[in-house]
Write a protein that binds this ligand. Structure first.
Ligand code: AMP
Ligand code: MN
Ligand code: MN
Ligand code: MN
Length: 302
């Protein structure tokens, strides 16, 4: 069922990062920025981590900003790394928490190996340098290395880093086995959430492989797909709108905001969803707004 026009016009941003993963701002600061940018329904979706959600929810409540608890899970599918966003998850869910904890294992060893490779390519001290950008040592990742490489003067911005380093075939690429697709979707659903395929336009898959991925995702219990994403280019919007309709997936929208100046899109700055799609947030907005606007001096349920 297509989304109502009213729902489609809500400035929903359901994909963003804090320094609990590889964003640069603390969770409350990301929420304040989203609010200042005009976002009306916001999800924090840190990589493989739920640790920022309590702070973000409190900050959102203080601003009457409807908030959705989210996460972005790293998945290995075929030979590709895929990201699956979980929305409206219960951060207390044991199955989700344990699954994410297992997914985080190995990041530090990988980071040391990335550092060693970069040293062989002439960039010294990258592991220690990346760690200076890390607020949560369990989540050291390529973005922290990218920031260090810019700081070291080897590239002018992180976009150029990901063209010359840290990606397959370039120095600083260390393959890693992440969660299984089915397991990631199961954890999200166990936590009461909705699984959304993140930024499909970013994966190096031909048409047949993309169909196979979306089919496998749907089969596993996934029910949404990002159509309008800060990690997409404009040509991706109609393409993934078509695939959303074809596969009966709800559509999502998110900036994938990481840091001021660094990210291409500020929270809430993307175009609305194309017409004729079901928005993942169609039935959420009123409930989230009621929660955000609950009088704080009256006990819940009173
Ligand atoms: P990791 O989980 O450590 O492999 O790091 C992945 C992160 O690196 C992503 O979440 C993005 O923040 C960033 N990243 C990866 N590829 C690119 C790219 N081509 N351009 C910009 N950022 C990227
Ligand atoms: Mn990231
Ligand atoms: Mn991602
Ligand atoms: Mn992301």
């Amino acid at each position: 069922m297509p989304t109502s026009e009213r729902s489609r016009r809500i400035n929903a941003d359901l994909h963003a990062h804090s320094n609990v993963s590889d964003g640069a701002l603390a969770p409350a600061a990301v929420v304040r920025r989203a609010h200042a940018c005009g976002v009306e329904l916001f999800a924090l979706t840190d990589h493989d981590e739920l640790g920022g959600l309590a702070e973000a929810a409190t900050a959102a409540q203080a601003l009457d900003l409807p908030f959705v608890a989210g996460v972005e899970i790293s998945v290995s599918w075929a030979r590709e790394t895929i990201h699956v966003v979980g929305l409206r998850v219960d951060p207390g869910c044991r199955e989700l928490r344990d699954g994410l904890a297992r997914t985080r294992i190995g990041r530090d060893d990988r980071a040391r190996e990335i550092g060693a490779q970069l040293a062989r390519a002439g960039i010294d001290g990258a592991y220690e340098g990346a760690l200076r950008h890390v607020a949560n040592p369990a989540m050291v990742g390529r973005m922290h290395f990218a920031r260090f490489i810019v700081e070291a003067g080897a590239c002018r911005d992180v976009r150029h880093v990901f063209q010359n380093y840290l990606v397959e075939g370039k120095p600083g690429f260390v393959p890693h086995r992440w969660a299984e697709l089915g397991a990631a979707v199961d954890w999200i659903r166990a936590a009461g959430g909705v699984a959304v395929l993140a930024h499909p336009g970013r994966y190096s898959l031909d048409d047949g492989e993309m169909w196979a991925l979306i089919g496998a995702f749907r089969e596993a219990g996934g029910s949404g797909i990002e159509v309008v994403s800060g990690s997409h280019v404009a040509e991706h919007y109609p393409r993934f709108a078509r695939l959303a309709r074809k596969f009966g997936l709800a559509a999502s929208r998110g900036s994938d905001f990481h840091a001021p100046l660094e990210s291409r899109f500020e929270p809430g700055s993307l175009p609305p969803l194309p017409d004729g799609l079901a928005a993942v947030w169609e039935d959420w907005f009123e409930a989230a707004r009621a929660l955000a606007q609950r009088p704080r001096d009256v006990p819940a349920g009173a």
